[in-house]
Design a protein around this ligand. Sequence first.
Ligand code: G4P
Length: 526
Amino acid sequence: MMDEKKLKEEIEKRRTFAIISHPDAGKTTITEQLLLFGGVVRQAGTVKGKKTGNFAKSDWMEIEKKRGISVTSSVMQFDYAGKRINILDTPGHEDFSEDTYRTLMAVDSAVMVIDSAKGIEPQTKKLFQICKMRGIPIFTFMNKLDRDGREPLDLIGELEDTLGIEAYPMNWPIGMGKGLKGLYDIYNNRIELYQREDQGENFLELDENGEIKGDHPLKEESIYQQVLEEVDLVKNAGNEFDEAKIARGDLTPVFFGSALTNFGVKTFLDAYLKYAPAPSAHKTVNGTEIEPVQKQFSGFIFKIQANMNPNHRDRIAFVRICSGEFDRGMDVFLQRTGKKIRLSNSTQFMADSRETVENAVAGDIIGLYDTGNFQIGDTIYTGKKAVQFEKLPQFTPELFVKVSPKNVMKQKSYHKGIQQLVQEGAVQLYRSYTTNDYILGAVGQLQFEVFQFRMKNEYNSEVVMTPMGHKIARWIDPEQLDEKMSSSRNLLVKDRQDQPLFLFENEFAERWFEDKYPDVKLTAKL
Ligand code: G4P
């Protein structure tokens, strides 16, 4: 065990974040660059085996392989500039699931990567809203500057309008695509010239008027004059740099760059590390806060990854450590059951390997091999004082299927499987109000596939799933509910707590309902 001074030092070194983005914006590419700075991978292109064949939905070997990869890349840890950085993966594409959302409960800040040709895309927006709700700092990287994209003013405007956050440009692109000359670095008061990789950094100093000192060919270019005017506008009419606002998540520093050519990434990382927070206190159910620096170890489980191989029934429970220090082999209490558990099988994740972790502190993520003890949202702790962290929020599912057992004679295993998988947080369960049919809800298709697979392999129950497609789920106050409100455009169901909600066909159906029943309040979860 470390003494308190050492523990404090270690915790203050931690920077734990997730990258939020829409698929293809460049999350993987920038992650690889960051890992390169950390000396973890020697060559870009090792994080995700891209172009190694298509993801076949029915092919479980593929999923298994894919899951295997995503387990090891779930958390990437590296050291850089005296800090220990934990990047948590937020799977997108076919892998998008409630776990993606829950991962954001385990980070202290977020990096939003945006494709500068596309601007804000739907998945970015969804993930952003969760970070905003948590009030964590959000840093923005406008990517793909080496390609022709949208005007920077336009991108900043859209960011502020669509997401409702103030933006502060840390730097400003000088040209783009083939005409990319560099970045006007407002924050560091310098110009960073665009160099292809391997050609090293090249910075120009600025004088007190913000112009290049001495002679330089860039001064003759019309784009240079244009950028001076734009920067002037941004400095005079834009938001002020405000650390307190950044810390609350009310203002996002915006960096431009190109992950692929590693341009502006280091500039981003250096500034990010300056303003990104170290682990802070976590709220418990009774309103108190658990400070990270203390002897008592505590943490919560935000994700459980099941093994897709039927020969290995083990699962990995991902724990965010909130306070104290983890040592392999230590005993902890599982708050939900009061049970004492020895944590001897722990793992930590590197870019392409798993390693047994001996020691970790608040801010770190550890994976625990689990044989069924843990559920998502569980708190574990040491010491005499019981700790229970706030419940993880429920997210509004968007995709629904009707589910039933293939073999009606096997009701027992069917119900047991559903009950356990739902409790674990793999999918959401609803029942139709009138017929009591089982309906499953998820935020991504993969959740259903994993559910179906695990039902068969872990509970020996084959299920039939009938897709119902996208629906808008809105809860209604039971007091206001009249069963006549149910129509062909919505389906009335109840959740696990027996709370009623409508599944609307589309936005039109929801609006129609709101017009018809103006006094009825409909609510979404997150
Ligand atoms: P993701 O994890 O967010 O889904 O994105 P990823 O990094 O895989 O990047 C998506 C594509 O965009 C990749 O293209 C990648 O090389 C490219 N890309 C990422 N950053 C930049 C950038 O700064 N500039 C340019 N020009 N391209 C960038 P890909 O591997 O060729 O294609 P594919 O995987 O889309 O087939």
